[in-house]
Design a protein around this ligand. Structure first.
Ligand SMILES: [Fe+2]
Ligand SMILES: [Fe+2]
Length: 208
């Protein structure tokens, strides 16, 4: 029944109550989907910043490493990290988005921690390598957590091609983490355990 004399806003609308209800439900679903997509893009911007930052900082860790094996691992992962940056640019393009970096506080903090470790440990010691590996693994674990979630999220919002690209990076992060573990377990940790402190090293227990 029409109410006479009311606004002509809905004039000509033939939709019944039930169909207008269902169209509202559909648009609600669309909103959720686009909110999730927006969150996904935000997270891409975050990891994009993190990867770019790492690509710039990894050479410093490479230079600080004592063992050739660890220095090489940092060098190789630096090259991979540049590829991760390029892959993210592909993902932005695939989604029709501009590649934009948003400062990642977590990665900034992890890199700062690594820099401090270099300052606090002696050059040419296995102890420095032990510490560098630990700092680098914290970074890798952050990346693994991020890419793991992004791959799942991409699948959820139906971006299966994007999920595939991100999964490639995820696997390389896992490989990098495993390599660091094997370097630590191979020799670095043991060498560190038998290493004697030098003068000026901040180890109070070594003093009488
Ligand atoms: Fe990466
Ligand atoms: Fe990485």
């Amino acid at each position: 029944m029409e109410r006479s004399g009311r606004s002509s806003k809905n004039q000509g609308a033939t939709s019944s109550k039930s169909s207008s209800k269902s169209s509202k439900a559909t648009s609600g679903k669309m909103d959720n989907q686009s909110l999730l997509r927006k969150f996904f893009v935000d997270e891409l911007q975050d990891i994009y910043w993190a990867e770019k930052h790492l690509a710039k900082e990894l050479p410093k860790l490479q230079k600080a490493a004592t063992s050739e094996e660890l220095a090489d691992a940092f060098g190789d992962h630096q090259a991979e990290t540049e590829e991760h940056v390029r892959r993210l640019e592909d993902v932005f393009k695939m989604m029709g988005e501009t590649a934009k970096a948003k400062k990642c506080q977590a990665m900034e903090g992890l890199v700062k921690e690594a820099t401090e470790i270099v300052e606090e440990t002696e050059e040419q010691t296995a102890t420095r390598d032990v510490a560098l590996i630990m700092a680098a693994q914290k970074m890798e674990h952050y990346e693994i957590a991020t890419y793991g979630s992004l791959v799942q999220l991409a699948k959820t919002i139906g971006l299966h091609d994007v999920a595939e690209v991100l999964a490639e990076t995820l696997n390389e992060e896992k490989e990098a983490d495993l390599l660091l573990t094997s370097i630590a377990e191979g020799s670095v940790n043991e060498q560190g355990a038998t290493e004697e402190g030098h003068e000026g090293m901040d180890d109070e227990e070594d003093r009488d």
